[in-house]
Design a protein around this ligand. Structure first.
Ligand code: PLP
Length: 374
């Protein structure tokens, strides 16, 4: 028997969100980010949908994720966006993965592995155009490109950068990053003879930054139904908005009455102010429903929102259902998603947890049984 805690993934919503990204991308190709098990939504199922809808490439963090895609039969370009170290070169070539290098450290090994396998391999380079996290600074880019071009079995296939503040629609930072990127790629173009693809846009870049499309865009969170800056972003969506993809629900395992003045759970962090009907849920921090949500989150039961009361423990959460009629043991409780006309979004939960939707989706999606709704 499966757990009473269940994550449902809507294929229809994934398709809708791909279409929204496609609309914003214009002529740029789409590389669908499916790292982190597709932000908790299931890498293989999501990749299949995005490829069927027209994605030209897939993006993951590590080589191991790329191998999983190849072993499942995906033949499209798979970009390894983190973790191209010299020791990984042989495997990258063997599985025909697209290496994204951040400096020159792995280039020799990549060249050697390509030569050994009698293939010519396209390399992508990550520039630090203002992210300040990973990659090569603009001033060192030309030397790095030359290093790649000097390897007989390698060529420069693409140059990318990443926005640090694309989710902040008020900031002018993205324009600066865009300018740095554009300037540097103009110089790179003078150095190479083959076509090369340039890309910089994550979801924020795609939805909010004019002129960030270039040859390809790399949306992640928007494919999974959230705006990079939360619900505020919906105003830029045009006629068709993003739809939430993930629903996280559980079932009531006990209903009980307690008198006024009862301390609830560990630490008695909540004391009832009235005679209270409690429902006990078999969900807790081990399922990604973090302790931070204690005494602040809401859930939906019988199409009504009710509060989480007391401290969330490893496998138990309490909710106050005093004001809800007709609730029974076994009834569905929605922690994320909709029931009737009520909805709790990943951004709502992120607000309660003092984090971002990305983290909520990764947590819930990766820590629970998932059902994919075709
Ligand atoms: C994760 C990631 C993205 C996608 O970012 P979203 O904000 O989820 O759209 C794009 N590019 C790179 C390099 C990434 O690591």
């Amino acid at each position: 028997m499966k757990s009473l805690n269940r994550v449902e993934i809507s294929a229809a919503a994934l398709r809708n969100n791909f279409a929204v990204c496609h609309e914003h991308a214009g002529r740029a190709d789409i590389l669908a980010m499916v790292k982190a098990d597709a932000y908790g939504h299931g890498m293989l199922n999501c990749a299949e949908i995005f490829i069927n809808e027209g994605a030209k490439a897939l993006g993951v963090a590590e080589v191991s994720e790329g191998i999983t895609l190849r072993e499942a039969g995906f033949s499209q370009p798979v970009f390894i966006l983190a973790g191209v170290i010299p020791q990984a070169a042989q495997t990258i070539i063997e599985y025909n993965l697209t290496p994204v290098v951040t400096d020159g450290i792995a280039i020799k090994e990549l060249g050697k592995a390509a030569a050994q396998n009698s293939v010519i391999v396209g390399v992508q380079v990550k520039m630090d155009a203002g992210m300040g996290r990973q990659g090569t600074l603009p001033a060192d880019m030309l030397a790095l490109v030359q290093q790649i071009e000097d390897q007989e079995s390698l060529y420069l296939q693409g140059v990318l950068a990443h926005f640090p503040l694309a989710d902040d629609r008020q900031s002018t930072n993205s324009q600066q990053v865009l300018e740095t990127f554009t300037k540097t790629i103009e110089q790179i173009k003078l150095l190479i003879s083959q076509p090369c693809s340039f890309h910089i846009a994550n979801s924020g870049g795609l939805l909010y930054v004019d002129g960030a499309g270039f040859d390809m865009v790399r949306p992640g969170i928007s494919l999974y139904g959230c705006y990079p800056d939360g619900e505020a972003g919906r105003s830029v969506a045009g006629s068709r908005g993003l739809e939430p993809v993930m629903k996280f629900s559980t079932r009531i395992i006990q209903i009980r009455e307690v008198p006024e003045g009862t301390g609830l759970g560990y630490g008695h962090s909540f004391v009832t102010a009235r005679p209270t009907t409690l429902a006990v849920l078999p969900v807790g921090y081990e399922d990604g429903y973090l302790r931070k949500l204690s005494n602040i989150a809401e859930v939906i039961v019988n199409c009504q929102k009710v509060p989480v009361v007391g401290r969330i423990s490893m496998n138990i959460t309490l909710i106050d259902i005093t004001d809800v009629a007709d609730v029974q043991v076994g009834d569905e409780v929605v922690l994320l998603g909709s029931q009737g006309d009520q909805e709790i979004t990943a951004d709502d939960i992120a607000g309660w947890m003092d984090t971002i939707s990305y983290e909520v989706l990764c947590l819930f999606g990766r820590m629970n049984d998932r059902v994919f709704q075709k």
